[in-house]
Design a protein around this ligand. Structure first.
Ligand SMILES: NC(=O)c1ccc[n+]([C@@H]2O[C@H](COP(=O)([O-])OP(=O)(O)OC[C@H]3O[C@@H](n4cnc5c(N)ncnc54)[C@H](O)[C@@H]3O)[C@@H](O)[C@H]2O)c1
Length: 260
């Protein structure tokens, strides 16, 4: 196989749709074998069949469950005998609430899916990554740095993920393992469309999402996928512990209101 990720086996969580699906396509195009580990097996299988020519694996995996992640990684190793990268991408965004309106069960659920999942994939995958001197990549979010109103628990998971990326980069550097993250601002995916519908004025929220990016539009997931290929490739061989904004400049300074 030719390409920047030739002969690499990549374990990608939440790869059935949205940003993960775009990453799966870009990884395969770059020569990697992709394991789509997703709670929605039917959608994962459809992505594998329709977008990856059936090459790779689609596995049922609940990233909130250590047993489920362990089984999926064992299956991957049994099939391919190696693991070169883990991309922690699966996440949920509900609830869109301030902290005091977030239930205890919602807090636990979003932390399990968005953050403890990284513990699970690392716990079960680290030995294989040590053997391959591989990479860990996580999909964080610009809100983990900037904050966001009415989304307290989600913001907390993403802020923690950015901090965890640095801690893991330090711990695993001696094994040649690079650990990085990507921070999108907004990207049109089923998750974002669901969040828009939870807002008081969905139409105005859609305009807002286009306007927050100084480059002038809310992108699709391909922009994240291109950055992900780079961070997992040898061209990023001296980059670790960073959270790369792929945000169209959404976080840049004060702006005058402009009419486009
Ligand atoms: N879309 C955005 O605007 C945006 C912005 C910043 C960051 N992000 C981050 O990008 C990543 C992908 O988001 P998206 O918008 O593509 O989401 P999405 O909802 O479109 O896709 C998420 C995928 O994760 C899977 N998933 C959900 N819970 C799971 C679980 N417990 N175990 C395994 N798989 C599970 C879903 O089945 C789905 O395939 C997330 O980490 C999200 O926080 C998204």
């Amino acid at each position: 196989m030719q390409g920047e990720l030739a002969n690499k086996v990549i374990f990608l969580t939440g790869g059935a749709q949205g940003i993960g699906r775009e990453c799966a396509i870009a990884y395969a195009r770059a020569g990697a074998t992709v394991v789509i580990a997703d709670i929605n097996l039917e959608a994962a299988q459809a992505t594998l069949t329709n977008d990856l020519c059936g090459i790779g694996l689609a596995l049922h995996c609940d990233v909130a469950s250590s047993e489920s992640v362990g089984a999926a990684i064992q299956h991957t190793l049994a099939c391919y005998g190696r693991l070169d990268a883990i991309h922690n991408n699966a996440a949920i965004s509900t609830p869109s609430k301030p902290l005091h309106e977030t239930t205890s069960a919602q807090w636990d659920q979003i932390f399990a899916v968005n953050l403890k999942s990284v513990y699970h994939t690392t716990l079960h995958g680290i030995d294989a990554l040590k053997a391959s001197r591989g990479c860990i990549l996580s999909t964080a979010s610009m809100v983990g740095t900037l904050g966001q109103e009415n989304h307290a628990a989600y913001v907390a998971t993403k802020g923690a993920l950015i901090a965890l990326t640095k801690a893991m980069a330090l711990d695993y550097a001696p094994y040649g393992i690079r650990v990085n993250a990507i921070s999108p601002a907004a990207v049109w995916t089923p998750l974002l469309r669901q969040w828009v519908q939870e807002q008081p004025d969905p139409a105005a929220t859609e305009d807002f999402l286009n306007d927050i990016h100084v480059l002038g539009f809310c992108p699709e997931g391909d922009v994240v996928a291109d950055a992900a290929v780079f961070l997992l490739s040898d061209r990023a061989r001296f980059i670790t512990g960073v959270t790369l904004p792929v945000s169209g400049g959404a976080e840049l300074g004060y702006r005058r209101l402009v009419t486009r």
